[in-house]
Design a protein around this ligand. Structure first.
Ligand code: PLP
Length: 395
């Protein structure tokens, strides 16, 4: 049996695996068993933001591995404290809770928001999420993920969740009331095809959240840590969240998530209210700290902004040449290219030309390349993409 057959035999078939066996990864490239190399335009879905095996991250991991791999959360840990300090000093937050994953950061936020609400009134337990949102697949996260296709097999979910149409100011106004403890948002919705929240919607949310003492939870699991050209996507707007969730690239390639909270919330959860065995594991923290040191560096931030500007220009030129491209959305290096029914075909043809693309919401090519991808490699992507578009145009 080959590896794919063994995978099918022993692992639950919850993922649509690509017909590719990766044996090695370096920088912006993945290598198969025959040493064919593939340009990785989705970096493990926004995880490997500095590409694969970045030397600074590997060095930090090796150093940590000589010290300890796991101690338990009963002990303080240097890399974890240093990472928390970095996150706090570069954001609105005053404290951090570490988790293993994005969904767990969302669960922690739900619990914190519920406890906060209860401290004001027994009825203040309701939550708002936006249509087409994605906040993870645990039962709490799924309750906030306003997509019927994900929810339907697992109903009933958490009670008291209302869904507001994304960017619909009137619906938002209507839904925000004193019984709501928190509203969960993605500044740019990733899974639903790179959908950006409008300034008008955000401004109304800031106003009504204040009026009704509603916590704003910015889910930056995908948008966070420089993906959108700022360290956090909320920094593009007037919003100062009460809670912010991170994961994906936080661990520099290892599993690590976090809930960041504002000063006014730092005493809501007390010892014993919440916890995790592995969350904030020292090796993941050391890897995450090394990654964060680079991602929070001003020159890296400028580099991503310039690269993004250039890439958007190039993509818009392609849009003006090929009517298959309907829209280009996003910020930084989180870009959605709306191509309607051609998405799967484009992905297949690009794969045949050794470029790996990710499709989301069926019709959108989602670009999440390593943030340190070179211009040369971006040109490889653009040329391949254009070559695919040419063949589609002529069919
Ligand atoms: C915005 C957002 N929230 C939550 C999650 C869930 O994170 P995880 O898969 O680490 O549980 C994701 C994952 O794609 C996400 O993009």
């Amino acid at each position: 049996m080959d590896l794919f057959e063994l995978d099918q035999k022993y692992i639950l078939n919850t993922y649509k695996r690509m017909p590719l066996e990766i044996v090695k990864a370096k920088g912006s490239y993945l290598y198969d068993e025959k040493n064919n190399k593939y340009l990785d335009m989705f970096s493990g879905i926004a995880v490997s933001s500095l590409g694969h095996l970045h030397p600074h991250i590997i060095r930090a991991m090796k150093n940590q591995m000589k010290k300890n791999l796991h101690l338990s959360n009963y002990f303080v840990s240097r890399p974890l404290v240093d990472l928390a300090e970095g996150l706090v000093k570069n954001s609105f937050a005053s404290k951090v809770f570490f988790t293993n994953s994005g969904a767990e950061a969302i669960e922690a936020s739900i619990k914190l928001a519920r406890k906060y609400g209860k401290s004001i009134s027994p009825n203040k337990f309701k939550m708002i999420a936006l249509t087409e949102s994605f906040h993870g697949r645990t039962m709490g996260g799924l309750s906030l993920t306003a997509q019927y296709k994900y929810q339907e097999p697992f109903l009933p979910l958490l009670p008291g969740v209302t869904y507001v149409k994304r960017n619909d100011v009137a619906e938002l106004k209507n839904a925000m009331n004193d019984d709501v403890c928190a509203i969960f948002i993605e500044m740019i919705q990733g899974e639903s095809g790179i959908q950006v929240l409008t300034e008008e919607f955000i401004d109304e949310m800031i106003k009504t959240a204040k009026e009704h003492k509603i916590l704003v939870v910015a889910d930056e699991i995908q948008t966070g840590l420089l993906r959108t050209g700022k360290l956090f996507a909320y920094q593009h707007t007037k919003l100062i969240p009460d809670i912010l969730t991170l994961a994906k690239s936080l661990g520099g390639g290892l599993p690590l998530g976090a809930m960041l909270v504002s000063e006014s919330l730092e005493n809501v959860l007390k010892a014993g209210d919440h916890g995790t065995t592995f969350g904030g594991n020292p090796l993941a923290a050391a890897s995450g700290l090394a990654s964060f040191q680079i991602l929070s560096n001003e020159s890296m931030i400028l580099e991503v902004q310039e690269k993004s500007k250039w890439l958007f220009q190039e993509l818009n030129q392609l849009k003006s040449k090929y009517s298959i491209i309907k829209e280009i959305r996003g910020k930084g290096l989180m870009i959605g290219i709306e191509v309607g029914g051609f998405a799967e075909q484009i992905k297949r043809e690009a794969f045949a030309k050794n470029v790996l693309l990710n499709i989301t919401n069926q019709t959108v090519i989602r670009l999440l390349p390593p943030l340190n991808i070179s211009y040369k490699d971006l040109k490889v992507f653009l040329n391949t993409f254009e070559n695919v578009l040419i063949t589609l145009k002529s069919t």
